[in-house]
Design a protein around this ligand. Structure first.
Ligand SMILES: [Zn+2]
Length: 300
């Protein structure tokens, strides 16, 4: 199943990233002007089309494609999908736009983080035509038709160009990676602090800002809906702070990335009450440790 109705007019699309279910999601908001928020890796674009079909939306009906940020798991498929969506306008933060138009640097920095072999599996993002992009700043309203509007809010920290999307009628908040990873059935949160641009203070401030909108529920890209909004916000801020401190301590002792990642994996295992972590959780932890180390190196 590629699409699941999760909220009034909202569908969670499973992009089956690298064949894994329940790891990378996109959200479809149905209505007179359908909007697709995020779209997964380039290599999973066909799964997004399957999801749209299951939700009963034709690609030609999609009016907005809103990548919350340009990381490959959120915007990788944008260029390819736009070829199927001739009526879609892309709405992105102004700092995302250059990377959507020319993904070269983005791919290079992804290769530095994940390695060439994995980035090949993610698929090469196609450029997005500049004339199809509306660039937005701190806040922007999108009219979805039928009295429904979305408020796009700039939420830097995880990435400097990230936005969250508040559906103003229902109060549902599409968080993007402003909150931690909360896999379904996995009882622990994993911070989202990747290289190259993670900034702890901005991340905490962004959580504070979206929290003020008092969302009725959180629609999280990794992965699914949460009604325990306060817990997710609290735990995100608390864990990012704790991880930065812990990684700093290890990093000062000259511990390696592998050593620190293993230590954090054990902590997540303990939190979740499991003895083994799924591979995608391991990758997320390692990426977040890498982002914190990168931040420390830049700010030492
Ligand atoms: Zn992500």
């Amino acid at each position: 199943m590629y699409a699941r109705k999760v909220s009034d007019r909202v569908y969670l699309l499973d992009t089956y990233a690298l064949g894994q279910r329940g790891t990378v999601g996109a959200y479809l908001i149905k209505g007179p002007k359908p909007a697709l928020v995020d779209c997964g890796y380039a290599s999973s674009y066909q799964n997004v089309l399957e999801g749209l079909a299951e939700a009963g939306v034709m690609p030609t009906d999609v009016r907005y494609l809103i990548p919350t940020h340009v990381h490959l798991d959120h915007a990788g498929a944008a260029g390819r999908l736009l070829r199927e969506m001739p009526n879609a306008e892309v709405i992105a933060h102004e700092r995302s736009t250059p990377h959507l138009v020319d993904p070269t640097r983005l791919v290079e920095s992804s290769i530095m983080v994940f390695g060439k072999a994995i980035v090949d599996l993610y698929g090469a993002p196609e450029p997005v035509p500049a004339e199809r992009i509306t660039s937005v700043g701190k806040e922007y309203h999108v009219d979805l038709g039928d009295g429904m509007t979305a408020l796009l809010m700039h939420v830097p920290g995880h990435a400097p160009h990230q936005i969250s999307v508040l559906l103003e009628k229902s109060g549902a908040l599409l968080t993007a990676d402003a909150v931690g990873i909360v896999y379904p059935g996995f009882n622990a949160l994993i911070p989202t602090t990747p290289p190259p641009s993670f900034k702890p203070d901005e991340l905490a401030a962004s959580v504070g800002n979206i929290r003020q909108t008092n969302p009725s529920e959180l629609l999280v890209p990794h992965f699914g809906t949460r009604s325990d909004t306060e817990w997710v916000f609290d735990r995100t801020v608390e864990l990012v702070k704790a991880w930065v401190e812990e990684v700093k301590e290890e990093w000062r002792k000259k511990a390696t990335l592998d050593e620190i990642a293993e230590k954090m994996e054990h902590e997540v295992q303990r939190d979740a009450g499991v003895t083994e972590l799924p591979i995608y959780a391991q990758v997320s932890i390692r990426t977040s440790v890498m982002g914190i180390m990168h931040y420390l190196e830049k700010n030492a």
